[in-house]
Design a protein around this ligand. Sequence first.
Ligand SMILES: *[C@@H]1O[C@H](CO)[C@@H](O)[C@H](O)[C@H]1NC(C)=O
Ligand SMILES: *[C@@H]1O[C@H](CO)[C@@H](O)[C@H](O)[C@H]1NC(C)=O
Ligand SMILES: *[C@@H]1O[C@H](CO)[C@@H](O)[C@H](O)[C@H]1NC(C)=O
Ligand SMILES: *[C@@H]1O[C@H](CO)[C@@H](O)[C@H](O)[C@H]1NC(C)=O
Ligand SMILES: *[C@@H]1O[C@H](CO)[C@@H](O)[C@H](O)[C@H]1NC(C)=O
Ligand SMILES: *[C@@H]1O[C@H](CO)[C@@H](O)[C@H](O)[C@H]1NC(C)=O
Length: 287
Amino acid sequence: MLQTSIESHQSFLFSLRSAMEFLLLIFLFLLAPLLLPASCQTVNGSIGETLLWPCMHKLTKKFVREQTYIYWQGMDGSSNPTVAHVYVKGEEEFLYQSSSFQNRTAIFFSQLEDGNFSLLIKNLMLDHDRTFIEVAFISDDSKENICQKTLHVAAVFQEPNIELSQASATCSTAGGYPEPEVMWLSTDNQGNEAILEPLEVKIDNNTRNGTFSVFSKANISGLKTVTCRICNPTSGECQTTTKDVSPAGTLFTGGIAVIVIVAFIVGIISIALCVICQLNGRRTSTG
Ligand SMILES: *[C@@H]1O[C@H](CO)[C@@H](O)[C@H](O)[C@H]1NC(C)=O
Ligand SMILES: *[C@@H]1O[C@H](CO)[C@@H](O)[C@H](O)[C@H]1NC(C)=O
Ligand SMILES: *[C@@H]1O[C@H](CO)[C@@H](O)[C@H](O)[C@H]1NC(C)=O
Ligand SMILES: *[C@@H]1O[C@H](CO)[C@@H](O)[C@H](O)[C@H]1NC(C)=O
Ligand SMILES: *[C@@H]1O[C@H](CO)[C@@H](O)[C@H](O)[C@H]1NC(C)=O
Ligand SMILES: *[C@@H]1O[C@H](CO)[C@@H](O)[C@H](O)[C@H]1NC(C)=O
């Protein structure tokens, strides 16, 4: 009797423990997205912009200018070593700077001792995309790597253009960077909104300057309006174009075109008739 009671007590404790472990696991799982960005941070900007690559760090030891080397360095998008800026014993040193950062960087010289290691990058280029930068802080007797952050550069897409044909619509845009997300939305005649699965999505980066072009096609039969949405993952901006595709709408614009053409032809004919009448009148009066 006592034995079974102890056993059940133990099994109760055991299940309590596994339940706690399970809860802890769920807790960590929920927490993970919050912890993740801290370890792989991104700094995003747009082409042509001046971007602040922020870095604050409390130094453990006194900052002694004459003994300090600071390198803002890392790897470019193709994993080649890159040097963005160099500070050596109280002076900036441009000899080892990578060409993609020449004449484009600035540091906050007088604030280094306060722990402001931010880097200003002027006139961002697409070449700067996916550049990993960290600060190597080296003094006579120690070395620290701080502020690991990856730079991302966006270029804005042109406003998407929708063209209609028989039963489909095409959406196209170009000049943006990086590869965008393409999405179609629709409304039917009852006003219901829905996501429209495209028949085709083609994204090319063959343009000379490395930007992307987008071409997509969707089935529009039975719909009232379609919207083509192009979203830039780096800038977070979306561009949309909406077009009325309902047969009633096209019939209406078609109707207007027919009326205009008929009016035009009637006008021409009446002018011609007038001219002929006048010529005839003159001929009869002179003859
Ligand atoms: C560093 O100094 C610059 C210039 O004063 C300032 O704009 C920036 O906000 C400071 N702090 C950080 C974290 O960049
Ligand atoms: C940076 O500026 C100097 C002086 O104006 C110039 O000689 C050099 O070619 C420039 N470098 C780049 C990569 O533009
Ligand atoms: C790249 O080229 C396309 C067309 O060829 C143009 O529309 C776009 O503005 C250019 N973008 C950049 C960043 O040079
Ligand atoms: C752009 O296209 C080339 C091939 O034309 C490819 O090697 C490269 O990876 C593409 N770049 C991106 C960012 O997709
Ligand atoms: C377009 O949609 C209509 C109605 O949903 C369907 O009957 C037709 O087969 C579709 N056409 C294509 C090319 O998928
Ligand atoms: C910055 O750009 C990267 C790459 O496109 C993207 O994954 C990230 O979500 C962007 N960050 C922000 C804050 O928009």
